[in-house]
Design a protein around this ligand. Structure first.
Ligand SMILES: *[C@@H]1O[C@H](CO)[C@@H](O)[C@H](O)[C@H]1NC(C)=O
Ligand SMILES: *[C@@H]1O[C@H](CO)[C@@H](O)[C@H](O)[C@H]1NC(C)=O
Ligand SMILES: *[C@@H]1O[C@H](CO)[C@@H](O)[C@H](O)[C@H]1NC(C)=O
Length: 474
């Protein structure tokens, strides 16, 4: 599958080794990708980085990162308990796992629990657990004396997502008040059903809340106050950053090119064609329906204005062919009705987003209603020098600079025509598209790297440790 085309045989032997390594690991990445994420292949975090690992072997170490101080250095020898609501490949748990590894690198003792406990071990939970154990993260059962003792002893407890709040009463029971001063609550969601006292009644009494965007923080403040009559604790906004693994692929032009050619070939998209993608699980909230309307309207505009453009394609990454939901059927019916089946492609849910980011020209972030809490795919796309066409809602407005790194359009039906026009604008203006991509990349380098996220989290953890110490001495 990874047979390199004849034209690639490189000139230098070093380049040749690199290409071989790349081709090998890229092919594994693609096999995993095609098998799907549920195959425990954990492609995004294991396979794609494998590409980067092979490349790293041949690079001299980045002197800058070697001397740069670990911002979490003060966490050395601290005991941290992480409470996850899931052990899965979804955004929340993966992010917490990244933090676990950052803390391990800083020398913390890290204990992970999952509550509620997953029903049965499957390949995904097995491989994630294994990965944590390999990195020295201890994985405990959510209940039991060992966990309770750890909670009492810990310097810091991080609850991940609102739902994890249930663990406090269920397991710690009467000892809850004892731990609250050292609890940091990391919140990544913005949907109504999380505003339940059952989950968040202890929120006012924890040391702090950490939320991924300003607009989400404000929303939580409003909703807890209006609906639940409770007050948010001190709230820190911490924008996320791209993992090192993703950046290594994004910044490797050979890797990008190999992935681009593979993916385009698998989709039947030629290298000169234009490819717009939406990369989210397929659901009404993510707006794939409205995106397809816009894409169709864009094609009409191109016809009306008789623009001479390359062939236009849209790819929807994140569909679930097994589920065959009503919504997905609706999307497919629309495509048939409009006769655009040659232009639209579906790709199963996958966590290996890098190959798709390498293959496309523009990312569309079309999340509806209040938008994304943060929307990590947006900064991931920008790392790949892609312009972003996003809804003017949620975290997207804090990432995309309208007119500079992409364009924003309104949510809902009012957004359909503006998005269509933006699609045509970027299709017709290559120079603008490339410039916006470069600006997006610069913005990522400036503020959305793992190092930035680690620095921001470090300053929050410092505060929380200070608070909890003050409390325990009081
Ligand atoms: C997508 O998933 C379905 C159902 O699991 C499977 O039949 C199909 O081959 C997958 N498609 C690709 C391109 O992997
Ligand atoms: C929060 O409430 C204020 C005042 O009512 C309002 O102006 C603001 O738009 C609300 N913010 C969010 C994100 O809901
Ligand atoms: C984005 O900028 C364009 C002009 O570049 C403007 O027409 C549009 O209203 C702006 N959208 C938002 C949401 O600010």
């Amino acid at each position: 599958m990874a047979k390199p085309a004849a034209g690639w045989i490189p000139l230098h032997s070093k380049g040749f080794v690199l290409l071989l390594l790349l081709a090998l690991s890229v092919s594994t990445a693609l096999i995993c990708l095609i098998r799907g994420a549920s195959d425990a292949c954990d492609p995004r975090r294991d396979r794609v980085p494998a590409t980067a690992d092979s490349v790293r072997l041949l690079r001299t170490p980045d002197p800058e990162s070697a001397v740069r101080k670990n911002p979490l250095g003060f966490m050395r020898a601290k005991l941290v308990l992480l409470v996850s609501h899931e052990l899965s490949l979804s955004g929340g748990p993966l992010l917490l796992m990244e933090l676990a590894f950052l803390l391990r690198t800083a020398g913390s003792q890290v204990v992970w629990i999952t509550y509620p406990k997953y029903e049965e071990k499957n390949e995904v939970t097995y491989s994630l657990e294994h990965k944590m154990l390999n990195r020295g993260v201890q994985v405990y059962s959510a209940k039991g004396q060992e966990t309770i003792d750890t909670a009492i002893k810990a310097d810091l407890i991080i609850l991940n997502t609102a739902v994890a709040g249930k663990w406090l009463d269920a397991v710690l029971k009467e000892r809850v008040p004892q731990v609250l001063p050292k609890v940091l609550w990391w919140i990544h969601e913005m949907r109504g059903h999380y505003f339940k006292l059952e989950y968040v009644k202890h929120l006012p009494f924890v040391s702090g809340a950490m939320i991924d965007s300003h607009v989400t923080a404000e929303y939580w403040k409003n909703r807890t106050h209006d609906r639940l009559k409770i007050q948010m604790p001190h709230t820190y906004v911490v924008h996320l950053g791209n993992s090192k693994d993703l950046m290594e692929v994004a910044e490797d032009s050979v890797a990008r090119r190999v992935l681009r050619e593979h993916i385009r070939e698998s989709l039947g998209v030629r290298s000169e064609d234009l490819l717009f993608a939406i990369i989210n699980s397929v659901s009404r909230g993510k707006g794939q329906d409205l995106f397809l309307h816009s894409f169709y309207e864009g094609l009409q505009l191109i016809k009306e204005q008789k623009l001479q453009l390359p062939m236009m394609h849209a790819v929807i990454v994140g569909s679930d062919m097994n589920a065959q939901t009503k919504f997905e059927t609706e999307l497919r019916d629309f495509i048939l009705k409009k006769g655009i089946q040659d232009h639209v492609h579906f790709v199963n849910k996958t966590l290996a987003v890098s190959p798709y980011l390498a293959a496309i020209d523009v990312l569309v972030q079309n999340s509806q209603a209040r938008g994304e809490c943060f929307g990590r795919i947006t900064i991931e796309a920008m790392a790949f020098q892609l312009p972003v066409l996003g809804t003017a809602a949620g975290g997207t407005t804090e990432i995309v600079v309208n007119g500079s790194t992409g364009f924003l359009h309104p949510v809902g039906k009012e957004g359909v025509i503006p998005l269509a026009k933006n699609i045509v604008q970027l299709a017709a203006h290559v120079e603008q598209r490339l410039t916006m991509g470069r600006k997006g990349y610069e913005r990522v380098r400036e503020r959305f790297m793992e190092q930035h996220m680690a620095e921001r989290i470090a300053s929050v953890l410092k505060e929380v440790l200070k608070n909890s110490m003050a409390h325990s001495h009081a």
